[in-house]
Design a protein around this ligand. Structure first.
Ligand code: AMP
Ligand code: MG
Length: 397
């Protein structure tokens, strides 16, 4: 049985980065850059007024200047601004040749064809200099970085309309178990609604995957195999829940063994001991998650999410990890690393963790509204209240 950290490292070792593709900007939000984007021109490209007012020569400060024309956004003033003259300028208008400053309209006295401008007016006021934002050679986006709002805005401002990004992983998602019933359908004796598929759908989408929902596979080898084999044609990754513990109806591990190579079959992790990971032909990956709802989502966080991010080319694979102070006594779990679900609150500069209650692997309420997974390393002693431990941050309060 592998240590949790060794299993996580093994998963990433076997996870490739998906090929890059070129997309239009409309398809780019949230994708990960496959190459650096470097500015090839100045931004702004010309001196652009930051306000509505008058473009002047600062040497004319204190004077009564003749208004000789206008520079509006997209309609520059044609010609040179001579001494003793001003040009009306609007926000975004090009600073005319010869001018070196803009006086805000609020700071002048307008009278007919003339304006009186304040004395002691410095050069360089109220306009954005060429290259103030970007100069040729400046890096706008680094490879491995997700394309967020500011990045895409800069890319567009530079006139770039296509970007090389990594493909999103296509994930086939399936639940296994004879006890499972499709959501919304009536339950017979001993049956439960398949909830893992919807929980995992949300987790997969948040992690950037394109999900194909496969439905529920029964606990019989042949139909399970047929579903999986058909889905693998279309997908990069298979994610199943259930059917990986050691009972007689646990069919996922033998199936993966017959299709590829199982690298992880059991992990010193709580919850999530039966987590299974395999590589399949053509660089595909399979994750067999345990059936218990919390176990499936915790193993998703620890193993699947970082792998999905590697597939998409992210430079940063892990959630942020921060030290937190426990306000409860945490028992350690023998030789297993335990991830306990907590809510956080701020006390001065500290983050303080409160348990979400019973940590049973079937109690999904322990994850609802959790801010973090506190990592309790294996050991006999545990961590009394007041101890500082590392937490994997889902959301800061
Ligand atoms: P298994 O790993 O197949 O032994 O499943 C363990 C337990 O997890 C089952 O007894 C169910 O209570 C629960 N379980 C399995 N699959 C699901 C599912 N898709 N949705 C909700 N609970 C499930
Ligand atoms: Mg089962």
């Amino acid at each position: 049985m592998l240590a949790a950290e060794a299993a996580a490292a093994l998963v990433l070792e076997h996870t490739p980065v998906l090929p890059a593709e070129e997309v239009r900007l409309a398809e780019a939000p949230g994708r990960v850059a496959a190459e650096d984007v470097v500015a090839s021109r100045l931004l702004p490209a010309f001196p652009a007024s930051a306000v509505d007012g008058y473009a002047i020569r600062s040497a004319d400060g204190g004077g009564r200047l003749r208004v000789v024309g206008e520079s509006a956004a997209g309609r520059p003033f044609a010609g040179q601004l001579e001494g003793g003259a001003a040009a009306r300028i609007l926000t975004g208008g090009v600073l005319p040749e010869g001018a070196d400053s803009v006086v805000m309209v609020e700071d002048v006295e307008e009278s007919g064809e003339h304006v009186v401008v304040p004395t002691g007016f410095a050069a360089g006021r109220n306009f954005h200099a060429p290259g103030a934002d970007l100069r040729p050679g400046d890096r706008v986006v680094s490879r491995g970085q997700p394309l967020g709002a500011a990045e895409l805005g800069l890319v567009a401002a530079l006139g770039i309309d296509r970007l090389r990004v990594h493909r999103r992983p296509r994930v086939a998602l399936m639940s296994t178990g004879d006890e499972l019933v499709e959501v919304g359908q009536p339950l017979g004796p001993g049956q439960i609604t398949d909830s893992n598929r919807w929980a995992l759908l949300a987790a997969l989408r948040e992690a950037g995957a394109e999900v194909e929902l496969l439905g529920i596979a029964p606990d019989r080898p042949q139909p399970l195999r047929e579903l999986v084999v058909a889905a693998l044609d279309r997908c990069d990754v298979l994610v199943t829940s259930g059917g990986v513990s050691v009972g007689t109806h646990d069919l996922v591990k033998p199936l993966l063994e017959s299709l590829g190579e199982v690298h992880v079959g059991r992990v010193k992790l709580r919850p999530g001991k039966p987590f299974t990971f395999a590589t399949l032909p053509h660089g595909k990956l399979a994750f067999g998650l345990p059936g218990f709802p919390v176990s499936s989502l915790v193993t998703f966080e620890v193993f699947v999410r970082p792998a999905l991010r590697r597939l998409q080319g992210y430079a940063r694979l892990q959630r942020p990890r921060l030290p937190v102070r426990l306000d409860y006594d945490a028992l350690a779990s023998g030789d297993r690393t335990e991830y306990q679900r907590v809510r956080l609150r701020r006390e001065g500069p500290d983050l303080v963790a409160t348990s979400t209650g019973s940590q049973s692997s079937s109690r999904l309420m322990s994850l609802a509204g959790a801010h973090a997974l506190v990592r309790i390393p294996p050991g006999a002693e545990g961590y009394p209240a007041g101890s500082v431990v590392e937490a994997l941050i889902l959301e800061l309060p």
